[in-house]
Design a protein around this ligand. Sequence first.
Ligand code: HEM
Ligand SMILES: *[C@@H]1O[C@H](CO)[C@@H](O)[C@H](O)[C@H]1NC(C)=O
Ligand SMILES: *[C@@H]1O[C@H](CO)[C@@H](O)[C@H](O)[C@H]1NC(C)=O
Ligand SMILES: *[C@@H]1O[C@H](CO)[C@@H](O)[C@H](O)[C@H]1NC(C)=O
Ligand SMILES: *[C@@H]1O[C@H](CO)[C@@H](O)[C@H](O)[C@H]1NC(C)=O
Ligand SMILES: *[C@@H]1O[C@H](CO)[C@@H](O)[C@H](O)[C@H]1NC(C)=O
Ligand SMILES: CC(=O)N[C@H]1CO[C@H](CO)[C@@H](O)[C@@H]1O
Length: 325
Amino acid sequence: MEAWRGLCLAMAMIMVSTGKVEGILSENFYNSSCPDVESIVQQAVYKKFNETFITIPGTLRLILHDCFVEGCDASIMIQSPNGDAEKDAPDNLSLEGDGFDTVIKSKAAVEAVCPGVVSCADILVIAARDVVVLAGGPYFEVELGRRDGLISQASRVTGNLPEPFFNLSQLNTMFAKNNLSQFDMIALSGAHTVGFSHCNRFANRLRNFSSTSQVDPSLNPKYAQQLIQDCPTNVDPSIMVALDNVTPQTFDNAYYQNLVGGKGLLTSDEVLFTDQASQPTVRDFASNSGDFNRAFATAMRKLGRAGIKTGNQGEIRKDCTAFNS
Ligand code: HEM
Ligand SMILES: *[C@@H]1O[C@H](CO)[C@@H](O)[C@H](O)[C@H]1NC(C)=O
Ligand SMILES: *[C@@H]1O[C@H](CO)[C@@H](O)[C@H](O)[C@H]1NC(C)=O
Ligand SMILES: *[C@@H]1O[C@H](CO)[C@@H](O)[C@H](O)[C@H]1NC(C)=O
Ligand SMILES: *[C@@H]1O[C@H](CO)[C@@H](O)[C@H](O)[C@H]1NC(C)=O
Ligand SMILES: *[C@@H]1O[C@H](CO)[C@@H](O)[C@H](O)[C@H]1NC(C)=O
Ligand SMILES: CC(=O)N[C@H]1CO[C@H](CO)[C@@H](O)[C@@H]1O
């Protein structure tokens, strides 16, 4: 087991050292201005994880919601007194407070050592990598040098995030807007190997699904029965169901094995297997965790390039939840 993990790590490192660093982002961006930034963030993330497991899914989900709306610029972090910032949009429903708290605490730790130097956008990218490793996933080098954005509006969220009822072509379109391929999209969906969903995100699959079937026929019948029990009709909004009900706290390829077995929780999960165009990749990731780990690491680095601000664009926020002025 340990040897296997070591091998995965070695493979991820090889991938990274031969991978091209695009544009102005660089793995060494803070070499002289804040050389210990990555270990400082890592310590803050570990400390937060020690308090609650939700640190992992909460932080990992934030990276998608930040990068797909206005780019990876920490716009998701802004706290608006009017309740109209990105994080207030209905699509952000349930972005765990612990994800925000992880970034805020990491920023505080970094500011104590190198004030005014490291962007919140970069801190989120480092923290998202660290939680993957904490859950047993692959280590990969991250590119740094993003600046924090000056815009955060709830109205910009609608239409820019994937929805749980999306089919393959809708998913592909949404990811293509962020320069991510179908292969990247399938790999990134593997983030659903940790964390939870509210019942209302998939309740349509359990009852009165269509005129011919009460339950979504792509659901494994036993799994469907379990979900019907977990999610009563009078949906209690506090009920959460694991996205990967086999190993909900481990970053592994069980998510893809679940899809093969009809145990994908969201329509957008299961469609990756039911659509013939994406099925071969799902089968590959289900049977080869090395392929998944490499694809996930590569796709995370690509996701981290979406809509970035660099140079003298934007700012280095002092407080991740507020613009400097
Ligand atoms: C492929 C399209 C995707 C769709 C449609 C989607 C949709 C969703 C939905 C509906 C939830 C449940 C939210 C809730 O009810 O609380 C969720 C949770 C989650 N998503 Fe995604 N997601 C997608 C891709 C991604 C990506 C690319 C990542 C990160 C790289 C990600 C990370 C997560 C995580 C970690 C959770 C669990 C959050 C928690 O437990 O607090 N998702 N996603
Ligand atoms: C940054 O530091 C690393 C490791 O110490 C070194 O390999 C690299 O050449 C440095 N890069 C720059 C741009 O100074
Ligand atoms: C983790 O939490 C426990 C108490 O819950 C504490 O004793 C321990 O020192 C913490 N470890 C770290 C690394 O923060
Ligand atoms: C996916 O959904 C879109 C929008 O509803 C629809 O136009 C398209 O035909 C669907 N594609 C498939 C393969 O079902
Ligand atoms: C089931 O769906 C049909 C068609 O959408 C609708 O007319 C009917 O009221 C629904 N039944 C229940 C019990 O929700
Ligand atoms: C996608 O890539 C193109 C070409 O490099 C770039 O101009 C565009 O800004 C990128 N889109 C995003 C959302 O990053
Ligand atoms: C964590 C957070 O701020 N979530 C918000 C997401 O959107 C909903 C609905 O607008 C808000 O109620 C939440 O507070």
